[in-house]
Design a protein around this ligand. Sequence first.
Ligand SMILES: [Zn+2]
Length: 300
Amino acid sequence: MDAGHPGSRMRGSQTGSARGRWWLAAGLAALLAVVAVFTMAGAGQGAPVQRVLLQRGLSAETTTVFGPPDPSLPLVVIDPGHGGFDPGASAPDGRSEKDAVLAIALALRDELVARGGIRVALTRTDDRFISLRERPALARRLGADLFLSLHADSGGAEANALGASVYTFAPRASSSEAARFGERENNSGLPGDNGAGDAAPAVQDILADLTRRGTRADAAEFKRLLVRESAGELTFRQPPTRSAALIVLAAPDVPSALFEVGFITNAGEAARLHSPEGQAQIARVTASAIRAYLARRDRS
Ligand SMILES: [Zn+2]
C-alpha cells in the first residue's frame, strides 16, 4: 500500500535510466514468453486458452449501447457477474449464480430503457466469460456514469444465510467477512488473471489517484440510495452496505458498486432469484435507485 509507488515508477521512465531500459527489455521478453505459451496452448486440443483471449478486450466500439442514441444522456454499465466456465455460486437445486444475475441484468436494462433518458450497456448479454479487469475497463472506455456489478451470495456452511448487500471499493475491507467475500470474488475466473498478486499494484494506483475520492463518494451515495429504494421490497443483511478491495470495482473514475442480490445458497432466495417475478422486483428497485442517483448528481 505504498501511495508513492506510481510516482517513483514515473520518474524512472522519464529519466530513461539504464535500469529503466533493463526493466523495459525484461518486461518485453516476459510478454513475448507469455504470448508464445498462449500460442502453443492454442495450437493444442480444443484451444481453451485462445478462446478466452479472444473474448477479452471488450471494445467500446462494438459494445451495444441500449437506449436513445444521444451521447449527452447518462450511461450505466451493468455487469452480470461470472459467466462461461465460471458459474459463480450454486443453488441447492444446482442452478448457477451466473444465470440468475444475467437474467436480472437484462430485466434491469429493459426497465431502464423502457422509461427513457438513460443509456445502458452490459459487459455480457449471454453466457460468456469476461475477466474481472475487463469489466470496469469497458465502463471506463465508454465513459460510464455508473458501473453496477450484479452477484448472488454464497453462505458456505450457512445454508440459511439470506439477504442482499451492496459493496463499494475500499482498500481495507469493512469487516473480516467483507474481506473474505472480496477474496472469493477476486479469485473467481482465470487463475493468475485475478489473483491477489495482481490486486496490489491496482490498489496502489487507485490510492495515488485523487479523482478516486470523488468517485468513492458518489459510489457511497449510490449504495445508500439502493438500500433506501429497496425498503419494503428486499430483505437486506446487517449491515446492508459494505466495502472491500474488489478488482471489479477498481475503476478510479467511474462510481462503481457491487450488488449482492441475495443468497443463492438459500433454497428460498434461490427460487426467487431464478423466478421472473423476483428478477423483475430487483430490477425495479435497482432502476429507481439508479434514477435517483443520476437525478441527484445532475442537481449538484
Ligand atoms: Zn459472484
